[in-house]
Design a binder for this molecule. Structure first.
Ligand code: GRF
Length: 217
């Protein structure tokens, strides 16, 4: 049995992905110990979720701090907990190179920061992935779990899952189905990553980007 991974979740808002991670840990579907929640806003639902599950939470607003000062403040808070992974669940800030490098793992070749994005990347990076998909008029969208690197939503892909867009969809109906899909995908891919051997590998095409490949066990 793999040792539970120590994770700190970062969430800016509603925290439905955070809640599904809490549930999965509680039901032993995810081999992790949630050692804290960081939010960059006070008064958001994700902080209530932390309270419901008895998880220590810190609301660290940026206010007038520079990005570097804000990140230094966060690092100061999480430093002593020594997390194995940072899990972003609707955290709406871009990290500096310095912050990302702090979590770089030489052996794995990635920073141990993971994000879920509401589209099939590289389509629709940035904000409001479901709305962007509706605006574009695509028929299929989905969600992507990926490592965080310097660019916006462009680190190595861990997992993706697709979702059909119905003619009758509005932003709210699509988002509702999308979030339900995200909750499953995020927990399943984190569990795979924490418990199965994997490596970064590219497909057999010159200059292809690396993605996560799970080894057959
Ligand atoms: C999700 O759609 C996630 O993919 C994106 O932000 C949203 C967060 O939703 N990064 P919630 O706070 O987990 O409900």
């Amino acid at each position: 049995m793999a040792k539970p991974q120590k994770i700190i979740v970062f969430a800016s808002g509603a925290g439905s992905n955070f809640k599904s991670i809490c549930e999965a840990v509680k039901k032993k579907k995810l081999s992790a110990q949630i050692i804290g929640l960081i939010s960059d806003h006070i008064g958001v639902r994700s902080l209530e979720v932390a309270r419901e599950y008895g998880i220590s939470a810190h609301a660290i607003e940026r206010g007038r701090q520079s990005r570097e000062e804000h990140e230094a403040h966060i690092l100061n808070v999480i430093h002593k907990d020594n997390p194995d992974w940072i899990i972003l669940a609707g955290y709406m800030r871009i990290f500096s190179k310095n912050f990302i490098d702090r979590f770089f793992d030489e052996a794995l070749g990635v920073s141990k920061i993971i994000n879920i994005h509401p589209s099939l990347l590289p389509a629709f990076p940035g904000k409001d992935g479901y709305l962007q998909a509706l605006r574009y008029g695509v028929k299929v969208t989905g969600a992507t779990v990926h490592f965080v690197s310097q660019g916006v939503d462009d680190g190595p892909i861990i997992a993706q899952r697709s979702l059909l867009i119905e003619d009758s969809d509005t932003e709210s109906t699509l988002k509702k189905r999308g979030l339900a899909l995200e909750h499953e995908l995020y927990v399943e891919s984190l569990q795979q990553l924490f418990t199965k051997p994997w490596k970064l590998s590219s497909v057999g095409i010159e200059n292809a980007r690396k993605r996560v490949v799970f080894e057959n066990t």
